[in-house]
Design a protein around this ligand. Structure first.
Ligand code: IPM
Ligand code: MG
Length: 368
């Protein structure tokens, strides 16, 4: 059973970190009978340069048919002035929307060796293991109207629309409850019902679903601003956080710093299963294209490599293989290797490729 993986490395450090992911996939092919075939396509600014759009129809179709899509990063100052529809982010957003990848899983896990690399105190982050479940195809990212209009009197008006329906809220809450059952059995639902109607609806629908199907899971609610504060005050109080598209975007960046660096955080974006049991899926690091270090070989490939571990776990249902890869990363960090973003006194500073080499060596050793 050959597996099809589409790599869209994108811009900036994307191609560098995805190069390491390709090597890891190759290792799984050679050593664990993984049997994956890789194709590469363009997305983001590089695609705009080549085709005048941030992603082509053909690539979207290829992504839909692939078992898993691995995305690097999109964007950079080079494309600051391209038309809004052609901006690099539009390619990423179209893939999410067209493939209906509504469930974005963003685990924030503090590796023991990195407890001192966070900007927060060791005792706050040590042993941290939370999962942010972000709604990814609705809310203010896609709501209509979304426009800037000229009011004619020297004034302009910008409008974005925050909108959620019952079914959109229920399906993402369902993912969160299901995940919680396999973890700490607790869900924190986050909105701003004190100022937003969509927040009131979110709150009510989550409570309804909980009563109907998940009363054995502990459910609590928190306003989004308070959640941001609690994440830096006492992040270990959380197990699964479920929230909308925009709050999820902001809260997951905050959570990433608890783990030491944005360069450590993977993510999975999952669709619903079809009649044949196939679900579209895209895996990507939470970090961006880091144009300041692009091309220097200094980027941290760990977030992308851990994203592949998530693909092993969620798409290919190879839990033991996912565990092995996470263990290899853990080992390399425990051995003192660090890229610049997680560098600490007394550790050995390495580049993208050396970090990849070390993870491959750890995999070989652990595999025996
Ligand atoms: C993310 C990113 C994207 C988002 C950008 C690049 C459009 O910040 O995946 O968190 O806002 O969703
Ligand atoms: Mg973001």
């Amino acid at each position: 059973m050959t597996r099809n993986i589409l790599i869209v490395a994108g811009d900036g450090i994307g191609p560098e970190v995805m190069g390491e992911v390709e090597r890891v996939i190759g290792w799984y092919n050679d050593n664990r009978g993984f049997d994956a075939k890789i194709e590469n396509e363009l997305v983001g600014g590089c695609c705009y340069d080549a085709h005048g759009v941030a992603v082509t129809d053909a690539t979207v179709e290829k992504a839909r048919r692939a078992d898993a899509v691995m995305l690097g990063a999109v964007g950079g100052p080079k494309w600051d002035n391209v038309p809004y529809e052609g901006r690099p982010e539009a390619g990423l957003l179209r893939l999410r929307k067209d493939l209906e990848l509504f469930a974005n899983l963003r685990p924030a896990l503090c590796f023991a060796a990195l407890a001192d690399a966070s900007s927060l105190k060791r005792e706050i982050v040590e042993g941290l293991d939370i999962m942010i479940v972000r709604e990814l195809t609705g809310g203010v990212y896609f709501g209509e109207p979304k426009e800037i209009t000229d009011l004619g009197n020297g004034e302009r008006r910008g409008v974005d629309t925050q909108v959620y329906t019952t079914s959109e809220i229920r399906r993402i809450a369902e993912v969160a409850f299901d995940l919680a059952k396999k973890r700490g059995n607790r869900v924190m639902s986050v909105e701003k019902r004190n100022v937003m109607k969509s927040g009131v609806l979110w709150y009510e629908e989550v409570i309804k679903l909980h009563k109907e199907k998940f009363s054995d899971v502990k459910l609590e609610h928190m306003l989004a601003d308070n959640c941001a504060m609690q994440l830096v005050r006492n992040p270990k109080q959380f197990d699964v956080i479920v929230t909308d598209n925009l709050f999820g975007d902001v809260l997951s960046d905050i959570a990433s710093m608890l783990t030491g660096s944005l360069g450590m955080l993977p993510s999975a974006s999952l669709g619903a299963r079809d009649a044949n049991g196939k679900a579209c899926a895209m895996y990507e690091p939470v970090h961006g294209s880091a144009p300041d270090i692009a091309g220097t070989g200094a980027a941290n490939p760990i977030a992308s490599i851990l994203s592949f571990a998530m693909a092993l776990r969620y798409t290919f249902e190879l839990g033991a293989d996912a565990d092995l890869l996470e263990k290899a990363v853990d080992t390399v960090l425990a051995n003192g290797l660090r890229t610049g973003d997680i560098m600490q006194p007394g550790m050995k500073k390495v580049g993208t490729k050396e970090m990849g080499d070390a993870i491959l060596a750890a995999l070989a050793k652990l595999n025996g």
